[in-house]
Design a protein around this ligand. Sequence first.
Ligand SMILES: [Zn+2]
Ligand SMILES: [Zn+2]
Length: 124
Amino acid sequence: MKNTYQRLKILEHLKSVKTHPTAEQVYNKIKPKISTISLATVHRNLNQMAESNQILKLEVKGQYHFDADLSLHQHFVCSECGKIYDLFQPDISEYALDEIDQNKFQVNNVQVIFNGICSKCKKI
Ligand SMILES: [Zn+2]
Ligand SMILES: [Zn+2]
């Protein structure tokens, strides 16, 4: 029961943000609400939810970030500020899905990550 409650709170938090947080960032936000929760628990729950395709897990610069938005979308990672932006251009992901041989590969999700410099960092 306790685990289910904690998982629910983790998912709730993840759904409320668009920042693609790491497990540590999720933990720091949840800790004040659930004082008994540990970083290991947050890690485990996030990984389990990612494995069961309830959330997305993105690897950026060797760190894992999590995203509760399961709609077909792409990401842009800024190499300056490290921010992860959501891009909503379903055509890109749909094209990738259409082109893959589904007989050979059973696809669960498609991740498109663009790397570069965001407009905020470009101005400086
Ligand atoms: Zn930037
Ligand atoms: Zn996203």
